[in-house]
Design a protein around this ligand. Structure first.
Ligand code: NAP
Length: 275
């Protein structure tokens, strides 16, 4: 089985973005945070570090876990209207009762570098230009990087969230794959997933996808990032169990994750007109 790592691709994307950024006015990415969730704050710090690495300015709007929907909306509107800001991202989780999807509508679609505004998903579904959520775009970028043919092939996506599963299904459809989307109410999941030539797991359950879910030779992309007891990360795919069946598999960590962050920066440079 081939291991499809994301580190080299992520480095190449960052290097290209850095070269473009160096040649133009400095873009800025702003991230709005309203949580004390340590994993979420760690991710935001990793974005800040990666942004610094490619020369993109970074603004953190940390509203704290007590933030209200109104406070978050006003901050998103302020950043969207700021001509010095080129990318606006709303980090989840949000305080209880606050809907990320509703608030993301306050992000200017032109600066919606993580494809969170429902308009961006709608445009994606309609085949119009839009920023795709960076994670969904990262899955496609990895498949392209490793030369995985999509046209006419059976692709199964497990998970139908608006951040990963749904936008990814549209991206794969756009590339002429025959796409099936599974979710928690799918009956006999292994029977469906084992028809896939390209299988994407975006569920959030460590080790859910075992050998019985995977067709021999399938390309398997593991989007899951599930915290483990020892402070590490586990994917949705039981990698040891599928190793003898899959043709290729992305590792967790080191697969989709680094490409996601790199694409967020590329999108910011694009939004600033540099790419
Ligand atoms: P989410 O919003 O919780 O969605 C999970 C999806 O999985 C839902 O559609 C759910 O179905 C489905 N599901 C749950 N249990 C299932 C089961 N037993 N069988 C089949 N489907 C099942 O999660 P998300 O935000 O899409 O994230 C998914 C995973 O990707 C998480 O581990 C997250 O941490 C990770 N992630 C990684 C990155 C990255 O850059 N690497 C970025 C974003 C997310 P229903 O719709 O029926 O509830």
């Amino acid at each position: 089985m081939k291991t499809l790592t994301g580190k080299e691709l992520a480095a190449a994307i960052r290097a290209e973005a850095a070269a473009r950024v160096a040649a133009g006015p400095q873009p800025k990415l702003a991230v709005v945070v309203a949580t004390a969730d340590e994993a979420s704050l760690w991710y935001v710090r990793s974005i800040a570090k990666a942004a610094a690495g490619v020369g993109i300015a970074f603004e953190l709007a940390d509203l704290g876990p007590e933030a209200t929907a109104t406070g978050i909306r006003e901050t998103l509107e302020r950043l969207s209207a700021d001509p010095d800001v080129h990318g606006v991202m709303l980090q989840t989780p949000l305080p209880p009762g606050v809907s990320a999807q509703e608030l993301a509508a306050a992000i200017d679609p032109a600066k919606d570098v993580d494809g969170a505004n429902p308009l961006s998903l709608g445009r994606l579904a309609a085949g119009l230009p839009a920023f795709a959520p960076a994670t969904a775009a990262a899955v496609l970028a990895l498949l392209d990087h490793y030369g995985v043919e999509l046209a006419g092939r059976r692709a199964v996506v497990v998970g139908r969230s608006t951040v990963v599963g749904k936008p990814l299904a549209h991206l794969l459809l756009d590339r002429n794959a025959t796409v099936t989307v599974c979710h928690s109410r799918t009956r006999d999941l292994p029977a469906v997933t084992s028809t896939a030539e390209v299988l994407v797991a975006a569920v959030g359950r460590a080790g859910l996808i075992g050998a019985e879910h995977v067709a021999p030779g399938a390309v398997v992309i593991d989007v899951g990032t599930n915290p483990t007891d020892d402070g590490g990360l586990a994917g949705d795919v039981a990698s040891a169990a599928v190793a003898d069946r899959a043709g290729a598999l992305t590792p967790v960590p080191g697969g989709v994750g680094p490409v996601t962050t790199a694409l967020l920066l590329r999108h910011t440079a694009q939004s600033a007109g540099l790419m």
